[in-house]
Design a protein around this ligand. Sequence first.
Ligand SMILES: *Cc1c(COP(=O)(O)O)cnc(C)c1O
Length: 384
Amino acid sequence: MVEMAERIKKLPPYLFAEIDRLKEEVAKKGVDIIDLGVGDPDIPTPKEIIDKAKEALYDAKNHQYPSYVGMLEFREAVAKWYKKRFNVELDPKSEVVSLIGSKEGIAHLPLAFINPGDYALIPDPGYPVYPVSVMFAGGESYKMPLKKENNFLPDLDAIPEDILKKAKLMFIGYPNNPTSAIAEADFYKKVVELAKKYDFIVASDNAYSEICYDGYKPISFLEVDGAKDVGIEFHSLSKTFNMTGWRIGFAVGNRDVINGLGKIKTNIDSGIFQAVQVAGIYALNNSETLNEPIRKIFQERKDKMAQALRKGGFEFDEPKATFYFWVKVPKGYTASEFTKKLLEEKGIVVTPGNGFGDAGEGYFRISITNPRIEEAVERIQSAI
Ligand SMILES: *Cc1c(COP(=O)(O)O)cnc(C)c1O
């Protein structure tokens, strides 16, 4: 018989597979489903980016293996964009690596720095790739709970000293998926201090920096003094330009960490299709013009969703960034019970908070990557 490796057996039960199964069952009954579950924009990639890629498709030099670390022109465009957007200086040759989506880089990073038994500090709730990538590398995760009373930032003082001593890596990600919380410089400064004191790498996941509202502009972890001594930041074109399917992202920052990640990649993949990189260069060089109409659409949806949820008496903090509303489950239900009820009785798909970690119990995540906002909230309200 085929037997799976221990690392596969150790994977947590995939909650989203159960939601998909239930969704199919409900759809078969002819129910009109509104899916507010996925964090995947429903709007197409801007036409100018597609045109650029189309042109590049016909250029034969793009048909060969790309460079592992990315075209120099792409890495230069990344460095230029970081300077303009965050005032962070980066050397395109040693402090930037291209990624086949930032998920790829996040999943590979622990392979370069985690030895069996090493600890990684992981936010809970959080992007499920963080703990899985640590486990695949043979490491242990220490879960840092994100609680409302701490504005969904990890309480750094609450991490036990013996864990800090064993820690090799810390993942943080703001603007945050799933809680939509944001982080400011004072938090990042404390992270840098702690990383220097206990000698661990910080990996900041900044995928949502351009999906922001009401004039708020998220900052980069690398803006803080000393950040580049201890860490890197993951970024992606997926959310900024509605390009989730294209698979293009990058990591920037500490050259030794970037180099380690590059070593893993050289041995596993062969870089991003160059035609996609050419489109990515165009997107980064024209980011403000291309991102603004996208941001506006989500701003309108965010306002509508906030208004509808408020009217419905739901408990939540209005997001300053991301596609997500992190909403308290009504009294008397667990997150799973409530989200199951919404799907079975109302055809509404949302994500139970505990799907992102145990500390997400008591919440559900609504994504505004669907235009049917008011209708959806009316149905949610009618369920309680
Ligand atoms: C969407 C998302 C990413 C980006 O993934 P890509 O692989 O670049 O498409 C990274 N981190 C988080 C938390 C996300 O939600």
